[in-house]
Design a protein around this ligand. Sequence first.
Ligand SMILES: *[C@@H]1O[C@H](CO)[C@@H](O)[C@H](O)[C@H]1NC(C)=O
Ligand SMILES: *[C@@H]1O[C@H](CO)[C@@H](O)[C@H](O)[C@H]1NC(C)=O
Ligand SMILES: *[C@@H]1O[C@H](CO)[C@@H](O)[C@H](O)[C@H]1NC(C)=O
Ligand SMILES: *[C@@H]1O[C@H](CO)[C@@H](O)[C@H](O)[C@H]1NC(C)=O
Ligand SMILES: *[C@@H]1O[C@H](CO)[C@@H](O)[C@H](O)[C@H]1NC(C)=O
Length: 467
Amino acid sequence: MARSFFILYSLSRRRVSDSLRSMFFIPTALALTTSLFILFYISSTSNLFTPHPHRQSRLHFLQNPNVVSSKIHDSQNPIESQPQSGINFDSSSRNLGVLEDRGAGAYVKPLRSSNGKTTVNEIIFHDQDIFAQDYIKMNKSFKIFMYPHNKNDPFANILLPVEFEPEGNYASESFFKKTLNNSHFLTKDPSKADLFYLPFSIARLRHDPRVGIDGIQDFIRDYIYNVSHHYPYWNRTGGADHFYVSCHSIGRVAINKAEEIKLNAIQVVCSSSYFQSAYVPHKDASLPQIWPRVEDDPPHITSSRRKKLAFFAGSINSPVRQKLVETWQNDASISVHGGHLNTSYEEALQDSKFCLHVKGFEVNTARIGDAFYHGCVPVIIANHYDLPFADILNWKSFSIIIATLDIPFLQRILGSLSTDEYTTLHKNVLEVRKHFRWHATPVDYDAFYMVMYELWLRRSSIRVPLS
Ligand SMILES: *[C@@H]1O[C@H](CO)[C@@H](O)[C@H](O)[C@H]1NC(C)=O
Ligand SMILES: *[C@@H]1O[C@H](CO)[C@@H](O)[C@H](O)[C@H]1NC(C)=O
Ligand SMILES: *[C@@H]1O[C@H](CO)[C@@H](O)[C@H](O)[C@H]1NC(C)=O
Ligand SMILES: *[C@@H]1O[C@H](CO)[C@@H](O)[C@H](O)[C@H]1NC(C)=O
Ligand SMILES: *[C@@H]1O[C@H](CO)[C@@H](O)[C@H](O)[C@H]1NC(C)=O
């Protein structure tokens, strides 16, 4: 430190003749030195930059019934109603003086440890016990009021659940509404409701000739106007206890003329990029984009012996995909296809250890769901993607997340995993895949229940009674 300061100082001395320049140089040099000192101080006193391997104590914690029961007791505390993202929960539990040893290192182990090797987390849930208890409470008490519309409403096609089996890339939106409509979470009594559902379908608005892509923003603005004038509920919270669900990325701009939705309401959307100002992590929630599948599990998903290292197929519609194809198209172990695939997509997913989810127009595609369905470990190359259920599930235990800039190192990163580490990832994929499936009649812990749980975490808001 002192040495670099001296060098900077003597450098600046030499330029004293040029007084104008030194007027800028000396303060800059001093500022630089000061910030170096501050950085040095922080790094030597905090453990921010040096994650400690807490896994040992974490495992101990999970296996020690005494600690677990004290935690069950603590969950009666107000912390239970907080969103349980790792950070939020960690800090609140620390305030309560429990779980002292749950440093960030236990959860957020870096992908590459200090020796440059890729490491894998083993634990799927951020906190399985809390999730299990909260889930039961949620399942018993959570109530939703869906704004009612009847078959004669001119926009019934937009507002009512579809009669048919949801299909296609954006099926998640229809699946949610249809399943909720038939579920025990619905209440007809608004005074019992925790949240209010705005049931417009953005996917269907796109195809309605009366509205079309250009009319969606006006439709949503009018819908909110109607709801806030015909019912007292919107005004009590400015929309904060209201939500809508959309899988099509156009949902992002659909709300541009209804500012209160963007600022206050809960948006459950597939294109959950925290790079976009329209999406607010923690307030909003990520909806998984899942291709609907009614058939049984495909064969061989339990096998971790797979021929290819990694696989991708899709249209090359983004700079990220461009980069991927340029770098890996002629590689023997990483198989990357731009455009139409002549061979079987399903077989490719089942034959690969890793399946690449690469940002296209948006951060989201159905590929994560595809990978899980075929027992393939997803590799997520989509910067700023707020991953589905990330406040419940520890994505580092069943996927590899890499930055776009690291595409050239793809083979090295994936290749550096040991057989044991891959086996762990693969085993965890087989465990989490049930959370990424829709069913005509919902099954506990499936995508529908997981979305309900995400909503439940976001249910509290202050209601101002209207005189
Ligand atoms: C959730 O509620 C449904 C309907 O009451 C019930 O069938 C299911 O068993 C419940 N699940 C759990 C885990 O309590
Ligand atoms: C939605 O729920 C209502 C009332 O329970 C029911 O009559 C209707 O058939 C349901 N719609 C669909 C598409 O399931
Ligand atoms: C709002 O209400 C008006 C009057 O009832 C109706 O004509 C219009 O279609 C409604 N618009 C929306 C988007 O719900
Ligand atoms: C809600 O607030 C708006 C704007 O202040 C007002 O015009 C409307 O009448 C209110 N709605 C109800 C039901 O009071
Ligand atoms: C796929 O098939 C088309 C025509 O059937 C052919 O032109 C093309 O080269 C094939 N692509 C690959 C990758 O085999």
